[in-house]
Design a protein around this ligand. Structure first.
Ligand code: NAD
Length: 287
């Protein structure tokens, strides 16, 4: 393997340590601990796992996690009422509504109801617009974590060619904005893109956020490129066991890339660390 391994767990541990220090400074100034309201509707197993790990990470950082669990059948109006109450509650700094929501709910309407100043997921259209405009605001945690990994690995981004594969509002679009705001030359690829391999071969920075196991092959990688693999896909092995793989064929890509994130242990740990950082920022009132 030629590439440097980008150790997301180690980066995340360092970031969580700085968050803990900021929480201690808030407490030392006589204020209450930062508080994150975590809203879970229904009992989808994957969402349960995410909420548990977010709550645990909050506790470790000294952040109070206030869980609100609502049954799957909750009317949308009741969820909107809860969001309005949390917006008005001075004891709540950040609000996170775990997605996906049940099919009878309009996730866009629920997100739009969150006070942008408490929108630690960065999904509110006002925060999305601020990011797209190059203004300060809350930035979605996964692309923010990717940016941190890229900057810590290669330093200056300005002038480099970046390819972001995927255009979701949660990962691809905000990732492209973050890189553009750092003066990279950014290409966004998606399901209709032609000649994806050729575009990838030009990229100094390649971020894959697609959800297709090992789609990005080793011969797509520009030698020395920084490769960030956001994908989390479960692949069943011939013996029936399963393992997580990314959107990048890791072993092949690692022979060519300059640096690469593993799956798991790359982007994933940074996502939660950035959520903690956004929450402490909300508590400091300096978004
Ligand atoms: P999504 O399904 O919303 O978006 C996928 C994007 O990939 C779309 O924009 C689509 O146009 C594009 N796409 C689909 N097929 C393509 C193709 N053949 N060529 C090029 N582009 C193609 O997914 P998402 O929410 O952005 O998540 C992407 C992946 O990242 C998933 O595997 C998800 O599990 C993972 N993810 C990981 C984290 C983390 O913390 N590590 C967080 C969020 C998402």
């Amino acid at each position: 393997m030629a590439a440097r391994l980008i150790d997301g767990r180690a980066h995340a541990a360092r970031l969580r340590e700085t968050v803990r220090a900021r929480v201690e400074a808030i407490r030392a100034a006589g204020q209450r601990a930062p508080a994150l309201a975590v809203v879970l509707v229904g009992a989808e197993p994957a969402s349960e796992v995410y909420v548990r790990s977010k709550t645990r990470a909050c506790a470790e950082a000294g952040i109070t996690a206030l869980e609100h669990r609502l049954p799957e059948s909750t009317p949308e109006a009741d969820l909107l009422d809860l969001v309005v109450r949390l917006n008005a509650d001075p004891g709540v700094d950040g609000i996170l509504v775990q997605l996906p929501l049940p099919p009878h709910m309009d996730a866009g309407a629920v997100i739009a109801a969150i006070d942008p100043a408490k929108d630690v997921d960065g999904f509110h259209p006002e925060n999305a617009g601020r990011l797209a405009s190059g203004l300060a605001g809350f930035v979605p945690c996964t692309p923010l974590g990717c940016l941190r990994l890229i900057e810590d690995t290669i330093g200056r981004i300005a002038g480099l060619d970046a390819l972001v594969i995927g255009r979701s509002t949660i990962v691809g679009r905000p990732m492209a904005s973050l890189l553009l705001n750092r003066s990279a030359t950014v290409t966004i690829a998606h399901s209709q893109t032609r000649n994806l391999a050729a575009l990838a071969r030009r990229a100094d920075i390649l971020v894959a956020a697609v959800g297709r196991p090992e789609m990005v092959r080793g011969d797509w990688i520009r030698p020395g490129a920084c490769v960030i693999d956001v994908g989390i896909n479960r692949r069943t092995l011939p013996d029936g066991r399963s393992r997580l793989v990314g959107d990048v064929a890791f072993a092949e890509a690692a022979e060519v890339a300059g640096a690469i994130t593993p799956v798991p242990g790359g982007v994933g740990p940074m996502t939660i660390a950035c959520l903690l950082e956004n929450t402490v920022r909300a508590a400091e009132r300096t978004p």
